[in-house]
Design a protein around this ligand. Structure first.
Ligand code: ADP
Length: 516
């Protein structure tokens, strides 16, 4: 091509145009080529293209067809690697003999780099997806999106309420959610050795009882939360249900195209361990109660004996009055009423002892803390009197009920008070226990047991609630840890301190009000 033929146009196009003769020497070089490769026309003209730029098209193709398209790796003047998308055209002379080659090219280096980066990032994501020790699922959520849009069109705006009222709708959402991909951990956890068996509708893995967790995750997704996680039960392909921790992420881009990534961790072992621990604690609490009853036998026997003795006395008096010539029926009725009341009192005491001794599952009910404290102290009345300890009760008025297991709560009060009595065993001076019930600043019911014993040494204070911590020769060191476990399972807190304004220690616990 003659320079005259090329004209200004040649320099105006954005693509690089390089013309070479059949020996490969550059005969034309436009402005875009200079910009692309960094060589000026003066540098390039007359040079062998292959030396200057690298990357050549296969000659055979070109000669056979007269054209070639493809990507070439090139080198710029400053040494940078370039990727260009090139087109070579063979020009022939009037006799049909090849004369020169025209190359047009575009820089696609950045596009290639971006593609490579994307490929790497996808590769990394796939690697992570596969290699994670947790089970990962890619779900197609788009059909659920469609259902939600229709719901909104029909006027529903409170999804949570709608889901709660329409469990069938939630089931349908779960059914139309498709599993697109799973990792190996998922196959181990849910499947039977074949990943493809897990693909398809989600409802196979989602028991009816866990539908509300799915509904809550949908609500979280549509309300723009970044993620959602909850413990729930899921089901394997062969129908076995297990405890799982389920997490879903909602990055806006993937929510927009209806793809969700969820992770599942099998927590059945942890849940089992927790259950076993809970059972163990209940057994300990029971064992401790039975041993406490053993220690308090004298006190309990005395409590039962009192009404029995009264019954016996009153019944004998009644017999005597009956043998009078004209028995006074009103008097007899009165004495009989007292016999019945005393028999009921004895029966009630025995019932409470039996409750303490029985092994049964704790059962929460609304209870008056004041009544529980009074009943518990019944077990200790004789014991404290025997040791010359006065128990002063200061019960708060109008306290709200607490939600608790009666026997366990009594056990806590008995434990704290028995410890207080024991602490004052050898103490000189006043021997007083003050049991207080009140409402604390946070609307919780607070019970304190304060004594005038020796108190707790500062180094022992942080260890009191540790299992097996005891300073007593015959002690087990399980009383306070059991109290703590009972109070904490009821949503409360328990602590100990020394009385600041006098001798002795003070143990206190709080429980949330039942209707708070
Ligand atoms: P145990 O009574 O078998 O020792 P606990 O767990 O009930 O087990 O108590 C642990 C320890 O806490 C006791 O050995 C004692 O040192 C201390 N303690 C508990 N209550 C009091 C109290 N009212 N005054 C002083 N020390 C106490």
């Amino acid at each position: 091509m003659d320079p005259a033929e090329r004209g200004d146009l040649f320099d105006l196009v954005h693509e690089s145009i390089v013309v070479r003769d059949l020996a490969g020497r550059i005969t034309a070089w436009n402005a875009a080529s200079a910009a692309l490769y960094g060589w000026s026309a003066d540098d390039a003209l007359g040079r062998a293209a292959a030396d200057l730029l690298g990357g050549e098209a296969p000659e055979a193709d070109l000669l056979a067809t007269g054209r070639w398209d493809g990507e070439l790796r090139r080198r710029a003047a400053d040494g940078r690697e370039l990727v260009v998308e090139a087109r070579w055209t063979l020009r022939r002379d009037a006799t049909g003999q090849p004369r020169e080659i025209i190359e047009t090219a575009r820089d696609i280096t950045e596009r290639r780099q971006a593609e490579t980066a994307l490929r790497h990032s996808e590769y990394r994501y796939r690697n992570l997806f596969q290699a994670m020790a947790a089970s990962f699922w890619e779900l197609d959520f788009a059909p659920v999106g469609l259902m939600l849009r229709q719901l909104r069109k029909s006027g529903v705006s409170d999804y949570a309420a709608y889901f709660a009222a329409n469990p069938a709708f939630v089931r349908e959402m779960i059914r139309v959610t498709e599993v697109l991909a799973v990792n190996e951990e998922s196959v181990k956890l849910f499947g039977d050795g074949d990943a493809s068996a897990l693909l398809g509708p989600c409802d196979r893995f989602w028991p009816e009882g866990s539908s509300d967790v799915y509904a809550a995750s949908v609500v979280a997704a549509v309300s723009g939360r970044p993620s959602f996680s909850r413990e729930t039960r899921l089901r394997t392909l062969d129908g076995r249900e297990f405890d799982a921790h389920f997490t879903a992420c909602f990055p806006p881009e993937s929510v927009a195209d209806g793809k969700l990534l969820i992770g599942v961790i099998d927590i059945s072992k942890r849940v089992l361990a927790q259950r076993q621990l809970h059972d163990l604690q209940a057994e300990f609490a029971h064992a401790a109660r039975v041993s406490m009853l053993g220690e308090l036998t004298a006190s309990i026997a005395h409590e039962v004996n009192q009404p029995l003795a009264a019954i016996s006395t009153n019944a004998s008096a009644g017999m005597r009055w009956l043998s009078r010539a004209e028995p006074d029926l009103d008097e007899l009725r009165g004495i009989n009423t007292r016999v019945v009341a005393d028999a009921q009192r004895a029966a009630a005491i025995i019932a409470r002892v039996r409750d303490m001794a029985m092994r049964r599952t704790p059962e929460a009910q609304a209870l008056s803390v004041n009544a529980v404290v009074e009943e518990a102290l019944m077990f200790l009345r004789h014991e404290s009197q025997g040791k010359g300890v006065a128990i002063d009760l200061a019960l708060g008025a109008d306290l709200p009920d607490v939600l608790a297991d009666r026997t366990q709560l009594q056990q806590v009060v008995v434990n704290l008070t028995a410890n207080a009595i024991q602490a004052m065993g050898a103490a000189e001076g006043p021997r007083e226990i003050r049991v207080t019930t009140a409402l604390d600043g946070d609307g919780r019911v607070a019970v304190t047991v304060s004594d005038t014993g020796p108190g707790v040494t500062p180094e022992n204070l942080p260890r009191l609630f540790d299992s097996f911590f005891t300073t007593k020769a015959e002690g087990m060191g399980m009383g306070l840890p059991i109290c703590r476990s009972i109070i904490e399972t009821h949503g409360g807190a328990i602590w100990a301190r020394n009385n600041g304004d006098g001798p002795g220690a003070c143990f206190a616990f709080t429980l949330p009000a039942a209707h708070a």
